[in-house]
Design a protein around this ligand. Structure first.
Ligand code: CP3
Length: 348
């Protein structure tokens, strides 16, 4: 019996791999006809509350694409909803609050998360998925900055003006808010790992809105609390954000095993920017532009080769897109990418 860890975990630990592992952020979703057929018209929050359905939605892309990881079908706002924050996830828009957070008093609306009683459906989903597949499951949570931005803006934002106002005008309230969110995301991730997730990803999707100085003062400490709070568990940790070209060095120092890079910075350049910041070896994840996946397949595979070329000297590489799959993507193109990455990187 082969007892070596899955190739995803080997790559994340910077161990030798038989081939480069591939998965896609937002691989479950509207680009899959079987997803649309199964999800119907209900809210995503209803879907994640049904473990059998959520497990099936987690597994659909594994079967269709032959990816090296499943990612739990859930959302970054699920733990906040579970502790009573009024959030609706609107299709095509994203999370919207019934009452936004505007002052220090609102931090009191966040009580500690007790995963076994607050997130039973999420943990059941993990258990069902583990039963159904040998492919490793990635759990995830939102990073404090990105979750705080939804709470403070009341919904998606382009400028993050209210978020930055709170950060600069009331830094103590800001740090209390981020500290409370960090404990919630940490509790959720620990529970996901204990239930069987093989790796986790911390999504700081919107942190690219910050300068490096702002990141180091206002976002990094709470993200570090989460990543270091998982250090005693065996599951490797991925740390990802969008528009983070200026933030890669401090992000690399936050305590993750893998740094997720968006499509704007080639992986060899990203590695140079991160060099010396991480305490040990750092694997990189990424970073094909999801919009390129809308082009003809030969163009997409050429772009895939440039990502693999830039990753050649890395101690560890997990192939992914630079952000989530766009809903317009042809599933056949994603399948072709998986096969191509596997063929091109297969060790003789
Ligand atoms: O990756 C996966 O396939 C697993 C599932 C997953 C979802 N959300 C399901 C989802 C993951 C990992 C997330 C994380 C998430 N949610 C992030 C971080 C990743 C990123 O994209 O940067 C963020 C910022 C959110 C908040 C959120 N939820 C947004 C911005 C949206 C999009 C709104 C839309 O319809 O375009 C959602 C809704 C959402 N989460 C959908 C899915 C499949 C689409 C709505 C649906 O199918 O009902």
């Amino acid at each position: 019996m082969d007892t070596s860890p899955p190739v995803l975990i080997q790559a994340m630990r910077c161990e030798p791999v038989g081939r480069t592992p591939v998965w896609f952020m937002r691989q479950a979703g509207r680009s899959l006809p079987e997803y649309r057929a199964l999800r119907g018209g209900g809210s995503i929050l209803e879907a994640v509350a049904d473990p059998e359905l959520a497990a099936e939605l987690t597994l659909q892309p594994v079967r269709r694409y032959g990816v090296d990881a499943a990612i739990l079908f859930s959302d970054i706002v699920v733990p906040l909803v579970a502790i009573g924050v009024g959030i609706e996830v609107q299709p095509g828009r994203g999370p919207v609050l019934d009452q936004r957070f505007s002052s220090d008093d609102d931090v009191g609306r966040l009580r500690p998360l007790e995963p076994e009683s607050d997130l039973p459906a999420m943990l059941d989903t993990i258990r069902i998925v583990l039963h159904e597949t040998d492919v490793p499951l990635i759990g995830f949570a939102g990073a404090p900055f990105t979750l705080a931005s939804y709470l403070v803006e009341g919904g998606p934002s382009r400028t993050f003006a209210l978020t930055k106002r709170l950060m600069h005008a009331e830094p103590e309230a800001w740090h209390r808010l981020l500290g409370a969110i960090a404990q919630i995301s940490l509790a959720s991730l620990r529970a996901q790992i204990l239930a069987g997730a093989s790796a986790v990803q911390l999504f700081d999707s919107w942190v690219g809105a910050l300068s490096r100085a702002e990141y180091e003062e206002f976002a990094l400490p709470a993200s570090r609390t989460i990543l270091e709070g998982l250090a005693d568990l065996a599951a490797p940790r991925i740390h990802f954000g969008v528009g983070t070209g200026e933030l890669l060095a401090p992000m690399a120092a936050a305590g993750a095993d893998v740094l997720g890079v968006d499509w704007r910075v080639p992986l060899d350049v990203a590695a140079a920017r991160a060099a010396g910041s991480a305490p040990g070896k750092l694997a990189l994840q990424g970073n094909l532009d999801p919009a390129i996946c809308l082009a003809p397949t030969d163009v997409v595979l050429e772009a895939t080769d440039s990502v693999l070329g830039a990753a050649r000297q890395l101690p560890g590489h997990v192939f992914n897109l630079g952000h989530g799959v766009l809903p317009e993507t042809d599933p056949g193109v994603l399948k072709a990418i998986v096969e191509h990455v596997h063929e091109r990187t297969e060790q003789q």
